[in-house]
Design a binder for this molecule. Structure first.
Ligand SMILES: Nc1ncnc2c1ncn2[C@@H]1O[C@H](COP(=O)(O)OP(=O)(O)OP(=O)(O)O)[C@@H](O)[C@H]1O
Ligand SMILES: [Mg+2]
Length: 227
């Protein structure tokens, strides 16, 4: 499902990623760990074409990306299959929780409104937020907003989900709520790549761990062995 081969990227002559290689089979969860500035976010953003790279190749959910600028139609296709959840939830503040979740399916996938609505309700139920469908995001806690962001990404039926430190803006209780949702997705066989500093969580959710240091893969291996 995911193949990264000798991926390198520099910014203004400073290397951000150097010869990074990894592979993720369908149904596996890869945890990206490593110190601040080691390139975790940069690598994750390369995986859905938010960043370009200079050398190497990358394939995700059947979409191939090459060095240099990515053609827009290719990115549009890729992003239908690759969902991303950010540190800051980036919900649409003027839309209800339900409309946040149905927007992508209605506009991008052209799902009929009733079908999109039924599925959104089911997804909100799955993340424990069925009662909040009519609420505005601003009235929800951070943990609740992050779970809406996860439901919104899942509504697009992504083949791969990418998470960039999904709990770093949350307190411990809210963190646990969000991590439980991600562990539940992992058990359900969703292919995922998760950037995290939380080794306990990585042990619980991940099958494979890639540790970056200064833009290079320092170690990688099965989560049970590496952590
Ligand atoms: N937009 C940018 N412009 C210039 N340099 C950047 C940019 N984004 C990241 N960098 C640099 O690239 C390197 C890798 O950053 P990246 O954000 O990928 O690290 P990270 O592992 O995600 O760190 P953190 O754990 O703090 O989120 C760092 O040296 C960082 O300063
Ligand atoms: Mg980061």
């Amino acid at each position: 499902m995911i193949t990264v081969e000798s991926l390198s990227k520099s910014r203004g002559g400073v290397p951000a990623l150097e010869a990074v290689s990894l592979a993720g089979a369908a149904g596996t969860v890869t945890a990206l760990v490593g110190p601040s500035g080691s390139g975790k976010t940069t690598l994750l953003r390369c995986l859905n074409g938010l960043e370009t790279f200079d050398a190497g190749r990358l394939s995700i959910a059947g979409h191939d990306l090459a060095p240099g600028p990515h053609p827009v139609p290719r990115l549009d296709r890729l992003r239908r299959d690759v969902g991303m959840v950010f540190q800051q939830f980036n919900l649409f503040p003027h839309l209800s929780v339900l409309d946040n979740v149905t927007l992508g399916p209605r506009v991008v996938l052209r799902e009929p409104p009733e079908a999109a609505r039924d599925r959104a309700v089911a997804l909100l139920d799955r993340v424990g937020l069925a009662a909040f469908a009519a609420a505005r995001p601003a009235t929800l806690s951070g943990g609740q907003q992050q779970r809406v962001a996860i439901a919104r990404a899942l509504a697009m039926r992504p083949r791969v989900m990418l998470f960039d430190e999904p709990t770093s803006a949350l307190d411990p209780t809210m963190t646990a709520e969000v991590l439980d949702v991600i562990v539940d997705l992992a058990r359900g066989g969703q292919t995922m790549v998760v950037v995290t500093h939380d080794h306990g969580f990585a042990k619980r959710a991940a099958t494979w761990v890639v540790e970056l240091a200064a833009g290079r893969v320092a170690r990688q291996g099965p989560a049970a062995q590496l952590l």
